[in-house]
Design a protein around this ligand. Structure first.
Ligand SMILES: [Zn+2]
Ligand SMILES: [Zn+2]
Length: 360
């Protein structure tokens, strides 16, 4: 073999290896990007659950945080959304917290993405090097590339989703210089990492296919049924649970717009004291049902277990007093007559209402 032939062969070998490395890099890229986002979403959710008081406990604890937030904001529109669509409000509350944690001045999102990328990148590099080690010693096998790919994909099973079947296009390449292949792969993976790093610097929450707040919100799922009288949410932690819906703190029924029969006077009593009273409520056009037998009204009433309990949280007394005109305008009804707001309610300060929440 003369010099020219020798040069030609080595050039062909180099081209083959380059083609191989570029093809493989292009397959790794989308899988790596996806894995980085998936890993990062979980890491952010976990980090926030450890660091934020709001997210450390159960849904009842989170609800206390939300009630505090609402009182601090003093924006009736937020209250309205929370009262009408509690589940959506919880989710948007979590989403807002996650967003500000990730995208505030310290750009935590980029740091989270970088750390996931570094970890996965190291795993991929070591898979490439391990595959080369194994294949190099297999003098018995001609199909070195195919073997290399087998090892590479197997090593990465838990790291990224790279099906071996997607790599059939290059498995018949003739490559004998495995060392060279290994270093070509390293160069290409380096380029890929640098490119992804730049891309992640511009990432935002929409870059995730499953956003971190969705993962975090799963910890606070459960039953979202609302009491038909006051709108408070069932506290059962199982969605679609057996047995009746139940909760501890009912609210003044006027919060949900209930009025006294034949008047436009909003009700300030809570359902848990009504069920022990001789009062009746009306459903449909003129069907009156005694509160004591509220289950006779059928679903949704019959699916609730409302235990007699006259205690009402100061928070709701403060809310009704503070937002009286807003509630009256919302329902086009008045806190009058039997729905007159007691003076004692008006004297409750926001601080008192909030400090009582902490006691439970
Ligand atoms: Zn209720
Ligand atoms: Zn329930």
């Amino acid at each position: 073999m003369n010099f020219f032939q020798c040069f030609q062969i080595s050039c062909q070998g180099a081209t083959t290896i380059t083609t191989f490395a570029v093809f493989l890099r292009d397959k790794v890229e989308p899988a790596l990007r996806r894995a980085v986002y998936e890993r990062t979403a979980k890491a952010i959710a976990e980090d926030m659950q450890g660091k934020f008081l709001d997210f450390r406990g159960n849904r009842a604890n989170l609800e206390v945080s939300i009630l505090k937030y609402l009182a601090e904001q003093e924006n009736f529109e937020y209250f309205r959304q929370y009262l009408m669509f509690p589940k959506e409000f919880f989710q948007s509350y979590i989403k807002r917290q996650v967003k500000s944690y990730c995208l505030d001045g310290s750009r935590r999102l980029e740091k989270f993405l970088d750390s996931s990328l570094s970890l996965l990148y190291r795993n991929i590099l070591s898979a490439a090097s391990l595959s080369s080690q194994i294949v190099k010693d297999r003098t018995d096998r001609e199909d070195k590339v195919s073997l290399w790919l087998d090892e590479f994909c197997r090593e990465l099973t838990e790291v990224i989703s790279l099906p071996r079947s997607d790599l059939k296009g290059i498995e018949h390449q003739e490559v004998s210089d495995i060392e060279f292949l290994s270093s070509a792969m390293e160069d290409n993976l380096d380029d890929l990492r640098d490119r992804l790093q730049k891309e992640f610097a511009a990432a935002n929450m929409n870059s995730f296919s499953t956003q971190p707040h969705t993962i975090l919100a799963e910890h606070f799922s459960g039953c979202w049924e609302q009491c038909p009288f006051c709108g408070a949410v069932c506290t059962n932690t199982m969605q679609g649970h057996d047995g009746d819906h139940q909760l501890v703190f009912h609210r003044p029924q006027g919060v949900k717009g209930w009025r006294w029969i034949e008047t436009d006077h909003l009700v300030i009593d809570i359902c848990s004291s009504d069920v022990a009273s001789d009062c009746t409520f009306r459903i449909g056009d003129n069907k009156s049902i005694p509160y004591k037998r509220y289950r006779d009204a059928g679903p949704p009433y019959s699916t609730w277990n409302i235990l007699p309990d006259p205690s009402m949280q100061a928070y709701w007394k403060w809310f009704v007093s503070h937002f009286q005109t807003h509630l009256e305008a919302l329902y086009n009804r008045k806190f009058q007559g039997k729905g007159e707001i007691p003076e004692a309610w008006r004297r409750i300060t926001k601080e008192e209402a909030l400090s009582e929440l902490d006691k439970h």
